[in-house]
Design a protein around this ligand. Structure first.
Ligand code: 13P
Length: 253
């Protein structure tokens, strides 16, 4: 449990295949300095093959997908299913990211994607997080609902494939000053751990890593991870700025 986990969510970036290759090649070269930090890179589907071509021998970097389709059969225009992802070298998948929940991923769909992916042998990064904070503490209810709807009755043998990323929507895509305060994160991390403990039990809780995402940069990462009581980070924009990103990882290793 002590190894830190960093997940790079490239979203719809970078703008070209050449840039994607350049970024992953640079990160890969630096990965010998990552100490006990493990890195998952989640590029857009169209760059998966090139990225895996660079990292296939790496002990530090593995491949993740930003979404997955879990319906039966193969007649699904425009979708990418578990088998295809695994053939492309994918080991992790993001499920329930707020940018997908905004489109059409309901709690029910999130759960279906999560269970099918785990059964198919992928590790799942279940993203949860409130849209906004209220002084009445409504955000706790929102996070509780998302987690309960995903993990209640989760078969025990699948729990080892579960990672939870807390990403408050209000903190995504902002300036580093607008990221969560470490004390706020500490509170909600305790809340999430208690919830997992209540639902899955204390033995299972130990298997679940909790990450934070939302406007993390090289300047706030160390404090967020240290004081926030989390096992790692889910990083958007800063993961594409190679120099900053490598410095960020070296700081927390
Ligand atoms: P930023 O780090 O760009 O705020 O994005 C966070 C995120 O949504 C990662 O999944």
């Amino acid at each position: 449990m002590s190894n830190k986990l960093i997940i790079a969510n490239w979203k719809m970036n970078p703008a070209s295949l050449d840039m994607a290759k350049e970024i992953i090649t640079e990160i890969n070269k630096e990965s010998k300095h990552f100490g006990d930090v493990n890195l998952v890179v989640c590029p857009p589907f169209v760059y998966l093959n090139e990225v895996t071509g660079v990292i296939h021998n790496s002990k530090k970097i593995v491949l993740g997908a930003q979404d997955v389709f879990v319906g039966e059969g193969v007649s699904h225009t425009g979708e990418v299913g578990i088998k295809l992802l695994k053939k492309a070298g994918v080991e992790y998948v993001l499920v329930g990211h707020s940018e997908r929940r905004e489109l059409l991923d309901t709690d029910q769909i999130v759960k279906e994607k999560m269970i099918a992916s785990m059964k198919g042998g992928l590790k799942v990064v279940l993203c949860v997080g409130e849209k906004e904070r209220s002084e009445h503490g409504d955000h706790y209810h929102e996070v509780k609902r998302q987690i309960e709807n995903a993990i209640i009755k989760l078969p025990k043998k699948l729990i080892k494939n579960l990672i939870i990323a807390y990403e408050p929507v209000w903190a995504i895509g902002k300036s580093e000053e607008e990221a969560i305060k470490p004390e706020q994160l500490h509170e909600i991390t305790i809340f999430i751990k208690r919830l997992i403990n209540d639902i899955l039990g204390s033995k299972e809780l130990k298997k679940v890593k909790i990450l934070y995402g939302g406007s993390v940069t090289k300047n706030n990462a160390k404090e967020i991870i240290g004081k926030g009581n989390v096992d790692g980070l889910l990083i958007g924009r800063e993961s594409l700025k190679v120099k900053n990103f490598v410095e960020l990882i070296k700081q927390i290793k």
